[in-house]
Design a protein around this ligand. Structure first.
Ligand code: KG4
Ligand code: ZN
Length: 337
């Protein structure tokens, strides 16, 4: 009852997310997605995303309040994704959050999108072990983080040097004629194929770093398909999907477990949209069990971009006594962790 009620706003990409928490209790998680408007372009179009956020932000706040059975005047603090993300998209959320905070006379907390992906797990599985390692994989980011304390100390151990994991899923899906966003389609199609049918390359597999690279894999898939087509042969879509997916999740899980081992950490969290991938979950479970690492994966609705994750991190910042942001806080498209 004495825990603060936090409104969280997320607009870094194509989801307008508004969540409400009371401490670690999830009260509301409303989402408006513009993904259908981007589908015909085969990727997220920044201008389209910004306009969609502008139209959706007010109604989505209203829906979240209705879900939580609260009024605006019940809100004790406003948290918002300050970055990283699409500049114009972030701006809409940040401007809205400032307006709500100023209008309500409550503190504003600008939060890091990646840290919020980590913090959200507490709404489902309780306090985060300190430290833990987080593997964040989505259409916009692929990072390994060491998390001594999600509110105050998050350290980047590695990240992709080119494409994000979800981006690779989406690009390969496109090569296979599957709709955008392609990750879920590859996941489903792969279930009917063989993961060992084609030996696609695993970028940076043994390079000793905790970084990722997926553009070489994407190119290898494109070349493989072109060669088949040039020879007049049909494309075994399920086998390509399964073999590609295996190459991605093999590197992701290998490096995630390596990160835990190198830093003596016994808890791994996987978040971001790609965390919904069934093969990633299965292989992560297998490899974590073998390494004596406990695995936490939030449910899919909390893995993809949402407002509850921002509210959750806002609540952590308040609990940690972190100073609120100023009302002239900028949106920062390349905000470091
Ligand atoms: O976190 P998210 O909703 O948005 C950001 O990109 O921040 O992640 C979306 C990404 C897309 O690239 C989508 O293809 C991928 O997550 N994705 C999946 C699956 N579900 C979503 N990738 C692989 N397997 C899935 N089941
Ligand atoms: Zn995200």
């Amino acid at each position: 009852p004495d825990e603060p009620i936090v409104l969280g706003i997320e607009t870094s990409c194509d989801e307008t997310g508004v969540g409400i928490v009371r401490g670690r209790a999830l009260l509301a998680n409303a989402i408006a997605s513009s993904v259908d408007e981007h589908a015909r372009f085969g990727g997220v179009v920044p201008e389209v995303a910004s306009r969609a956020h502008l139209e959706a932000i007010g109604p989505t706040v209203e829906r979240a309040l209705a879900q939580a059975n609260l009024r605006l005047s019940d809100i004790d603090a406003v948290a918002v994704t300050a970055g990283p993300g699409l500049a114009g998209a972030l701006l809409v959320g940040v401007a809205a959050a400032k307006a709500y905070a100023m209008g309500l006379g409550v503190p504003l907390y600008g939060v890091n999108h990646l840290a919020a992906h980590v913090a959200v797990d507490q709404l489902e599985h309780g306090p985060l072990p300190k430290p833990c390692v987080a593997l964040l994989v989505s259409g916009g980011h692929s990072s390994l983080l060491l998390v001594p304390d999600v509110a105050t100390e998050v350290i980047e151990l590695g990240s992709t040097v080119d494409d994000a994991a979800g981006e690779a899923f989406d690009k390969v899906a496109r090569l296979l004629g599957l709709p955008f966003p392609g990750g879920p389609h590859i996941d489903r199609t792969a279930a009917e194929g063989s993961a060992t049918a084609i030996g696609f390359p695993r970028g940076k597999y043994d390079d000793g770093t905790l970084d990722f690279s997926f553009s070489g894999l994407k190119t290898a898939v494109a070349r493989w398909i072109e060669a088949r087509q040039a020879a007049g042969e049909s494309i075994p879509v399920a086998d390509v999907a399964a073999s590609f997916q295996e190459a991605v999740v093999d590197v992701l899980t290998r490096k995630a477990v390596q990160a835990c081992e190198r830093h003596g950490v016994k808890d791994l969290l996987i978040g971001g949209g790609v965390a919904a991938n069934s093969r990633l979950r299965a292989l992560a479970e297998e490899r974590c069990a073998a390494a004596g690492v406990r695995l936490r994966v939030p449910r899919p609705g909390l893995c993809t971009d949402n407002g509850a994750m921002v509210a959750a991190l806002g609540a952590d910042l308040i609990a940690a006594g972190v100073e609120p942001s100023s009302l002239d806080m900028p949106a920062d498209s390349s905000l470091p962790i």
